[in-house]
Design a binder for this molecule. Sequence first.
Ligand code: SF4
Length: 735
Amino acid sequence: MTNQAYTLDTLRLAASLEAFYAGHSDAEGLPVALRVAMTAANLLPDEPGADAAVVDVAALFHLAGRLDDHARAEASAAIADAWLRGAGAPEWFVASTRSAILGAWGVGGDDVNGRLLWHAAKLDLISVERHADYLKNVPTAAGARAVYLSRYRREYLTFALRLDGQLNMLAASEIYRERMSRLEEWLDEQDAGLVPADWRRLAEVADIQRGVERLLDGEDPAMVRSEMPRGGLPYAEYRGRQRAIIAGSHERILELTHDRIEASRNVAAEKYLESDTIHKPAVEENLFIGARRKARALGLSAETAEDIARLLLSNAREVQERTLNDIAQRLSRLHGQILDADSPETRTEEADIAIPSLVVRTGDQPLARENELIKELRVTGLNEAYPEQRERFAQWFDSPHPYILTGQIVGSRDADLFMQALADGERCKVIAAMATDGPVHLGHAALGNLLIYFQSLGAEISLGFRDESASREEARRTMLDRLLVLAEVGLDLERMDAYLQLDRSVVVESAFELGRATPLSVLNSALGLRLSSSVTDTFLPLLRLADTLHLQQPELGGPCRTLVIDGIGGDVFVRMARNIADKFGFIRPSALYLRPMRSLTTYDDPATGSAVEVMTNAVPQGRIAYEDSPEDIRRKIGRAYTGGRRTLEEQRKLGGNPDPRVCSVSSLHAFHCTVDGDAYAALQERCRSGELLCGECKASATDKLLEYFEQRHQARSRLPESVSERARGLAGIDR
Ligand code: SF4
C-alpha cells in the first residue's frame, strides 16, 4: 500500500480514531473523535504530488514542539509516532509522517514544507508554555510514559481542535497580539505567497483593538481614528458572514452565529472608531430582501428566512451595543468623558428607526452614552451639548423649570406641539410611569418635581404604576407610599390621575386592542425579542403602549395632546405609540426625556456585566431613599463616586469634573440640592476651577439633603387626612 492509498482511505483512520476516543472514559472523547474524523475526512490531497494527509496530521502533532526548543523536530516526530501508533496507524504511515515533520524543520527534505509550517505555526499559537511543561514532565518509565502520552494526546489534541474551531477573529487577534513579535518575525521570514491573507487581517483587527486601548488611555479620538486601517475589511467580512449565515444550514448557522457574535465586537469597535452608527436601516433592509430571495431560491418560506435574519441581526446588535457600552462606560469612569461621535455624514436619514439598539430595548440608558442616543434616536437634544436648542425650547415657558435650564431634560420629541396646545388652552395630559419595586428614592422625587411643574402650568397629570411587586397588595402599598411622598413635595393628588396598571381595565383592554393591531414582527424588530423571550415579554410592551395611549380613549375624554415624561430609553415605546396612534384616531404623543439621577456607586451588575449608572432600587447602596436614616445618608454621600481627582493638589491644580452624568454628587446638586440654574452653574464653575473640593461639595449636599428630608417628614405629619384618603383611593386601598 502506498502513502497515497492510505491517504485516500483517511476515513478509515477517522473511524479508528473515533473508536479510540469513543471508548475512552473521558466525557470529551466522542466530540474529539468526531472533530478528528472531520479533520481526517478533509485530508484528501488537493495538490498534485502533495500528501495532504501526512502534512496535516504531522502539523497537528507539531503541537508537541516549541519554537525555541532545538529538539523540537525530534520531539514532534516522537509524539507523532506515539500518537499514530496508539491510533493503530501502520508503520509505513508513521514513518512518512515522521519524515514530513523532520523535513519541515530542515532535518530532511520535503516539498510541502511551506504548508506544514503554516499549520504548525497556527497550532503553535495554542500554548508553547504548555508544551514546555509537557516536555519537562514526561516520565521515563515505559508504562508511565505510555499513559502520560495517551493523556497528553487527549488533552492537547482536544484543546488544539477546540481552539482551532474557536479561532475566530477576536480570539485569534488576542493570541496574535500576545505573540505578535514572534509571529511577525516568522511572517517576515516566509515567502509572501505562503502567508495567508487572514494573518494580515488579524493584524488589522489587532490594530483596531489597540486603537480602542489608546482611546481608553485618553488619546485624542480624532488622532486615533486617523491612524486606523482603512478599506472597510472588517465590516465587509461581517457582511460576508451575514450572507453565509442566510445561505447556510442550521448547524452552520449556529457555528457562524457564534463566530459572528465575536466578529460583531470588532465591528462595534471599528464603528465607534469611525463614528459610524450601529443601526444601518438600508443595510438591514437589504439583508432581509436577500434572505427572502435566497429562501425562495431554496424553496423555503420567505418569512422563516426573514425571521432568522432578524434574530441574527438582533444578536449582532446586542453584542455591538455591549461593546460600545463597555467602551463608553470605561471612558466615562476613567476620564469622565462623555461620548460624542459627531459624524453626521455617516448617519442615516430615517426619522423613525425600526430596530433600536439594545440600550434602548432594555430601557437601560447608560449616562455615558446620552449624546450617542440623542443622535441615534433622532431626538431633539436639550442637554449641555445643545445650548441653542435648549434656549429655544425654554422660550415656551415664562419661568422654565431648572431641569430645563441645567440640561437635566436631555431631549424632546415634538414637545413644542404639546407646549403650543397648552398655550392655546387645549386639554393636555402629561403621562409618566413608576415601578413598584421598592422604597421611594430621590430619582422618583426628581420625576415628581417635573410633574408638579406641569401641573402648575395647567396640564392634567396621569401617573401609571407598573405592577412589579411580589403581590398586587404589595404593589398597592408601594404605590400609596409613592403618592404620599409626591403629595409632600407638592403634587396635588386631587387634580391628577394615578393607577396601578393591572387594576385599570381600560389599560388592559387597550393593551389587547393595540396588540391586535401590532404584528409580532413589529414588536420583534422594535424590541429585539429572542426565541428565549417569554410570552409575557411580548405583553409588557403592549401595557406600556396602553399606558401612553389609553388616555385618549373615549371613556377618558377622547383624543388630546399628551406628553410622555420618561428616560431616553423609553423612546422606543414613544415611537411605537406614535406609529400606531394614527390607526386608532389618536393624536401622536410628544415626549420629554429626563436624565436619570446618577447612582452614588459604581456597581457592576453580575447578571449583565454592565455598570449600573442610574439610581435604582436594584442597587440600594447607590440610592438615597426617603426611608434612609440621616446616618445612612451621610455615609452614602461620604462614599459617593465623584468626578474629583486622585489627590487634593491635583484637584486644586486641574479642577474636577462636575458633569452630573459622571459625578454623583453633582447629580444630587442638580436635581435636589442646588437646583437653581445660576447657583448650579456657579458650583460647576468652582469645581472646574479647582476652587471647590469634593469634601466641601459633599458636605453641602449632605446638609441640604438632611434639611430637605427633615422638611419632608414635617410635611408628612401635616398632610391633611383628605390627601391620605385620596392617595388610598387612587391606590385602591381601603382603610
Ligand atoms: Fe463632583 Fe463636587 Fe467633586 Fe466637583 S467638587 S467633582 S462637583 S463632588
